[in-house]
Design a binder for this molecule. Sequence first.
Ligand code: ADP
Ligand code: MG
Length: 277
Amino acid sequence: MDNIIEINDVSVTYQKDSSVIHAISHLTLNIKRGSFVAILGRNGSGKSTLAKLLNASLLPDSGEIFVDGINTTNEERAFDIRSKVGMVFQNPDNQMVATIIEDDLAFGPENLGIPREEIRKRVDWALKTVGMYEHRMRATQKLSGGQKQRVAIAAVLAMSPEVLILDEATAMLDPRGRSEVMDTARKLNKEKNITVVLITHYMDEAVDVDEIVVLDSGCIATKGSPLEVFEQIDIIKNTGLEFPTATETSLKLRGLGYDIPVVLTDESLVEALCQLK
Ligand code: ADP
Ligand code: MG
């Protein structure tokens, strides 16, 4: 698999009053095309800054970022990068531009000057993909939080993206809305080969991803498969993270002297318990 995103020794600072905030410090990271990556880290660790770097809405102070081989500083390709890397944010109410769902989806492609016929096709396809086609004539404000976020994802899809970034896109949703959005993201990754970058505070959303990257003070504290990452108990605690629910239980049982492995899911927890003598 090749890299859809390459981040080479990137730093970003913000000026706040008289002090300098090092939001991202000498970060190097590749994201494989078609992978599902979770970015974890406490508030202020640099996750949203990293997300903005990936679609060129923010440029690095130093270092380079390539999206599908295009340097994000290349102004002539800024439009390409914006359509290749779509973002969905936390607040479902801040992302709608039109009152009717299908108009909302047509807005982005219209701005790109895409022909009407093609827009129609893309909008219908995007709405079907997120399971909102039958609602296409409804008012955006009448939807549930989960439905709004699925429409926001559809709006990104209508731009034919390579990468979908969800920046805490499930944070304001109820459990049902969260699973609607997560199921949609997994489906796009599996069926459409869209690379997903999931920024989340819910550790349970990260148990089945391809790779986890843990940020701390703008640096990578650790990365690897979910099991590799959550087995590093001290790093998880020191970076202010929690454990997935099943992992937490397995750690408690280990603390009580039960001989079971660190697990990520309920299924493997049950399996481990059944193996106990
Ligand atoms: P996260 O998304 O992980 O919470 P952010 O990337 O939003 O982290 O922020 C990283 C650091 O940069 C924090 O210390 C935050 O306060 C600071 N920061 C973010 N955006 C700005 C900004 N526009 N101006 C000044 N400081 C900022
Ligand atoms: Mg953030």
